[in-house]
Design a protein around this ligand. Structure first.
Ligand SMILES: Cc1cc2nc3c(=O)[nH]c(=O)nc-3n(C[C@H](O)[C@H](O)[C@H](O)COP(=O)(O)OP(=O)(O)OC[C@H]3O[C@@H](n4cnc5c(N)ncnc54)[C@H](O)[C@@H]3O)c2cc1C
Length: 426
């Protein structure tokens, strides 16, 4: 995302945001009213550009705003695929008309978005995607299937990549669109995961329509635009990720008071949002003291090792932030993503171990209403979502270490000639 850093002192922004919060924040406001005030003030997403719902702040000044908001006890802005994936991509590639149309609904929490990239035969090898977009006057006609589309059952809009030119190599014939999910021709079918929840979905397109005005970037430029989305997905410093509270996937009831929404979320948080919010560390500490696990010498060693990994992870995050160019995260985010998966696995293993036999219980029978157990069942997903661990290692090898690219004989052939196009739908 191209940022326009504003040279301001941390003290000034802290005073400004504190004054604004004093005048505007109340837990008795409706969620819709609060997010509207916060989004339009620019204090919700201080790192976004000043012209577009932000304050153009970077680094410590942006962090100081968030710290002050937290200190004040004010509820955070909306967060989810809309703020951490759609917004940075629209900010980077959108026309002014697209920004005007879509950013208000994102910044104020009115619109939920989903990401329509993965397909049954195109996950890690996303460039092999087969969903087609065919030009028809001022519109494009979309046909195909996506899968693992988190929160699509609640989404008003989707960020979609589709094949627009099968006659060029696979990375070159893809175009990026902003699609209205509420139309005939879009069918969403939820999939249930082992957590018991249905966070993601299959999405079927049967001649769905997108206006050409909702194309993000030039035709055939979709791969490059999608890389911006993915680097934001892997970036734990992303200003739109987990900035708020509550679910990252659902459709919040904007008419509830903020206080009621917070209470509802505390009682019913889904595994996906809980894992991303980082709340598992605190829950782990609580369980360790409750079960007196730190008295066991082997457990103490393992906990100290986990702590070191978490500290190293925070240092890497700071380095990645310092190395980000023009607001765009670099390949270091792959190191961070791998580190995050490792820490998640260690936290899961030690947390279950700390509970002793209680670690084998499930759902409401388990300590803390089974929240840690739900997290434990979600942990494998963190090694897959946003690109698997193996794919992150490939990226580190190629882009950070400069090793030769993985051999891919299909890279330079026209997509039409690849075996992947032999599916009946094509
Ligand atoms: C919780 C969760 C949420 C998700 N949300 C979304 C979403 O909202 N929208 C969306 O579009 N997608 C989403 N995904 C999909 C996700 O991006 C894919 O699952 C991921 O990219 C892997 O693709 P795949 O599942 O097709 O596995 P595959 O690509 O089939 O991989 C299978 C295995 O082969 C390995 N492998 C594949 N290629 C290589 C290679 N070149 N080198 C070494 N090993 C390789 C992989 O590491 C993996 O172990 C989500 C996934 C999860 C788990």
């Amino acid at each position: 995302m191209a940022m326009d850093p504003v040279p301001v002192s941390e003290t000034t922004v802290v005073t400004d945001v504190a004054t604004w919060l004093e005048e505007n924040w109340s837990p008795d406001l409706s969620l819709g009213e609060w997010w509207n005030r916060l989004g339009r003030s620019g204090w919700g997403f201080p790192a976004w550009p000043q012209a577009w719902f932000g304050r153009g702040l970077t680094g410590s000044a942006a962090r100081a705003v968030i710290a002050e908001r937290t200190r004040h006890g004010a509820f955070g802005p909306p967060s989810g695929i809309s703020t951490f994936l759609a917004a940075p991509t629209i900010l980077a590639y959108g026309t002014d008309a697209q920004k005007q149309r879509y950013l208000p609904g994102i910044a104020t929490g009115a619109d939920v978005w989903c990401q329509l990239f993965s397909e049954p035969e195109a996950g890690s090898d996303m460039a092999s995607l087969q969903t087609r977009a065919v030009r028809d006057g001022d519109e494009w006609v979309i046909t195909g299937q996506k899968v693992w589309s988190s929160g699509a059952q609640f989404a008003r809009y989707g960020i979609l990549i589709a094949r627009t030119d099968p006659d060029v190599p696979k990375h070159k014939g893809i175009t990026y669109f902003l699609i209205d999910m509420h139309q005939a021709g879009v069918e969403v079918r939820p999939l249930r995961e082992m957590t018991g929840e249905a966070a993601f979905n299959e999405v079927f397109f049967s001649e769905a329509r997108v206006a050409d005005a909702d194309r993000l970037g030039a035709p055939g430029e979709g791969w490059r635009v999608a890389m911006t989305t993915l680097s934001n997905e892997r970036d734990p410093n992303n200003p739109g990720l987990g900035t708020g509270g509550g679910s990252l996937l659902g459709k919040p009831d904007l008419t509830m008071t903020v206080a009621a929404y917070q209470a509802q979320q505390a009682a019913e948080i889904d595994a996906f949002s809980f894992a991303i919010s980082g709340g598992a560390g605190e829950l782990f500490n609580r369980l360790v003291s409750k079960f007196g696990a730190s008295e066991h010498p082997v457990f103490r060693q393992q906990r100290a090792a986990l702590h070191s990994d978490r500290v190293a992870q925070r240092w890497t995050a700071q380095r990645a932030k310092a190395n980000a160019k023009g607001g765009q995260p670099g390949p270091e985010v792959s190191t961070l993503k791998l580190g995050g998966s490792n820490v998640g696995r260690a936290l899961r293993n030690l947390g279950l171990q700390a509970m002793g036999p209680h670690g084998m219980l499930a759902a409401a029978d388990a300590p803390e209403d089974g929240l840690f157990h739900k997290y434990a069942l979600f942990v494998p997903a963190t090694s897959i979502a946003g690109g698997s661990d193996e794919v992150q290692r490939n990226i580190i090898g190629e882009r950070a270490l400069g090793m030769p690219k993985e051999p891919d004989l299909s890279r330079d052939l026209p997509f039409r000639e690849l075996r992947v196009t032999q599916r009946p739908s094509n």
